[in-house]
Design a protein around this ligand. Structure first.
Ligand code: 8YV
Length: 324
């Protein structure tokens, strides 16, 4: 018997083909975010939910689907799911770590370069047909080579950023809940510093922590007050790690110089000033958006889901305590 799966959004064709072969698949026919009621209706009598970060999988939703045996998230972050509620029902929740590390670090580094060298502004000028020609003082940006990159969070994606930083001769300092061994730090060419010191001394501050109650507004008014006036903030992790209102204030008052943002507090809405502030580069949550990466994410989500449905512990289970 193939497991009955409900998939909330269309994902790459190779994954859909795999799921159609190995599962009894129902796919949301409208390519839009479904309401809670629609997800509950779609899931009735189904074994597995394959969902995205835009689907809020609440305790109420979980309670409304007695047949549910696994929640497989298409993504590494899983703050959209009430994991405690799933755990209480012994439902495994899975994610897709590893396969999106390089793509996400690429986007973070692209935002760093784009913000430092004012690519968004430059592109807007050229496209508006207002460019009047080369000017020795036009759009002078910030040097990247030799600057200090501060990494908040040094897991897979933070480490991939450090690798990229080497090629640009950046001095990399990091803060992480657990410090790496001296040998690991030497291998990455990074130096551990306390959180406040990383925030206060980085020319580029890039966020790579998971979002949870402890990291909510980790970067807010107090942190902006200590940052360098020339500093640029990069966020490819989760929007609410940054207090977006405080960020706007810090940019307006030139407490910091710029921000490169892939994620926002209330996606798809932005704090209104972010639409107009020139020193900000904003992109629509593209961290893992390559066809290769999204295909790997989908295949991993499918493997997680199939394992759980056959009674095995999935390769990437975020609540493994249910198997103890
Ligand atoms: C995905 C992400 O696009 O994996 C994550 O945590 O934020 C992105 O890479 C998203 O999860 C899609 O559901």
């Amino acid at each position: 018997m193939k497991p009955k799966v409900f998939l909330t959004r269309e994902i790459p064709p190779a994954v859909l083909a795999f799921l159609r072969e190995h599962t009894d698949l129902t796919l949301n026919p409208a390519d839009r975010v479904l309401s809670r009621a629609e997800i509950i209706a779609g899931l009735q009598g189904r074994d597995a939910l394959l969902c995205n970060i835009t689907d809020a999988i609440s305790a109420e939703l979980i309670a409304a689907v007695p047949s549910l045996r696994v929640i497989a998230n298409f993504g590494v972050g899983f703050n959209n799911i009430d994991v405690a509620a799933a755990t209480a029902r012994k439902i495994p929740v899975t994610n897709t770590p590893g396969v999106l590390t390089e793509a996400t670090a690429d986007i973070a580094f692209a935002l760093l370069l784009a913000t430092a060298r004012r690519l968004g502004e430059g592109e807007r000028l050229v496209r508006s047909q207002q460019w009047t020609g080369w000017n020795p003082m036009q759009m002078l940006g910030t040097d990247v080579t030799g600057a200090t990159l501060g990494l908040i969070g040094f897991g897979r994606i933070g480490q991939a950023m450090a690798k990229r930083a080497r090629g640009f001769d950046l001095n990399v300092i990091y803060w992480n809940r657990t410090r790496l061994s001296t040998a690991e730090e030497a291998a990455f060419g990074v130096t551990f510093r306390p959180f406040d010191e990383v925030v206060a001394t980085a020319n580029f501050l890039s966020l790579h922590v998971a979002y949870n109650p402890e990291t909510h507004h980790l970067i807010g008014e107090n942190q902006f007050a200590t940052m360098l006036p020339s500093a640029i903030l990069i966020n490819t992790a989760r929007g609410p790690i940054v207090d977006e209102k405080a960020l706007v204030e810090a940019l307006r008052t030139q407490q910091i110089a710029g921000a490169g943002l892939d994620v926002f507090e209330k996606e798809p809405a932005l704090e209104p000033a972010l639409y107009t502030l020139n020193q900000v580069v904003v992109i629509p949550h593209l961290g893992s958006a390559t066809i290769g990466t999204r295909t790997k994410m989908g295949m991993l989500a499918a493997q997680n889901l199939l394992a759980a449905c056959s009674g095995q512990r999935p390769p990437h289970c975020v609540n493994p305590q249910i198997y103890l």
